[in-house]
Structure formats: structure tokens, C-alpha cells
Design a protein around this ligand. Structure first.
Ligand SMILES: [Zn+2]
Ligand SMILES: [Zn+2]
Length: 153
């Protein structure tokens, strides 16, 4: 989003609109797939020699669930986007696009889950336990992983 400094009114202006999802530059990512454009709802104001931009960013994503490995749809929101740009003599346009991109990417959860109740995959057969129950029986006796599991605690 490009803001033309000369067009901003004294009391500040609202900027609402969309940036194409391409500005996120995530097209080849296997785990994160933006499914919509960046929706911005921002307030822009000149404060002495600075341009202050604040508001809300929202993007719809398909994320890969870290438990069941299925894609699910979610909205990533930055409800407190805030940036200040120093206006040098002669600044005509401030481009906020890169900062919007960065803000949205930082809000993507590192271990997304499709729902708090997601049952994940069976550790033995790999079945998605949200879709049914497999017939695996938990192994009896010590497993070679037990020592390792204890270490993690
Ligand atoms: Zn899941
Ligand atoms: Zn199983």
C-alpha cells in the first residue's frame, strides 16, 4: 500500500482495502498457503515529521496442522499494526507493503493446530485419528523410545 503524503488530511485518514496475496511472497511454501488477499483497515496521520500508520491486518491462510498434517483454513490477524515513518524533506510517497508483509508473517503460529481438540495421527500406523479410530494396540513393555521420552521431560 502506497500512501501519498500530500493527500493526507490534517486530522488523518482511514485507508481500507486489499493487497494481493502475492506481496506475501509465499507461493512456494508447502506448509503455509495464503488463500486470500491482505485486508487492511488502517488509520494514517502526520505527527510532526513522522507518518504514523496503525490499524488491523487480516489474511486468510491454509495452514498445515502440526498434529494431524491436514490443511485447515484460518485467518491470521495483526490487530495492533503500528509503524512510524520519518518524513524526510521531499518525501512524496511512503510504501507500507513490506512492513505489512512482515507483520502478517510474524503472526503465523509456528505450530498451528486445526482445532484444540485435534487428535493428531496414530504414532504406530499414521492414521488421522480425527477421522476414526485405528485398531492399533499400544505396545506393551518398555519401548526403545522410553528413555528418550523421559529425557524430553
Ligand atoms: Zn489437526
Ligand atoms: Zn494406529
Amino acid at each position: 500500500m502506497r500512501i501519498e503524503i500530500a493527500k493526507i488530511s490534517e486530522e488523518g485518514d482511514k485507508y481500507e482495502g486489499e493487497e494481493p496475496r502475492e506481496v506475501l511472497e509465499l507461493e512456494k511454501d508447502k506448509f503455509i498457503d495464503p488463500s486470500g488477499s491482505i485486508h487492511y483497515d488502517l488509520f494514517v496521520q502526520r505527527v510532526s515529521d513522522q507518518l504514523v500508520v496503525k490499524g488491523i491486518l487480516q489474511v486468510k491462510f491454509y495452514l498445515l496442522c502440526s498434529r494431524c498434517a491436514e490443511f485447515f483454513s484460518t485467518t491470521v490477524v495483526d490487530s495492533s499494526f503500528l509503524r512510524a515513518y520519518k518524513l524526510e524533506e521531499g518525501t512524496e510517497v511512503v510504501d507500507v507493503t513490506r512492513d505489512m508483509r512482515e507483520a502478517v508473517l510474524l503472526k503465523i503460529p509456528p505450530y498451528p493446530v486445526c482445532s484444540a481438540e485435534c487428535h493428531g495421527l496414530c504414532r504406530q500406523c499414521g492414521m488421522n485419528l480425527n477421522k476414526g479410530i485405528c485398531s492399533c494396540v499400544p505396545p506393551e513393555g518398555p519401548s526403545p523410545w522410553d528413555d528418550l521420552n523421559r529425557l524430553k521431560i
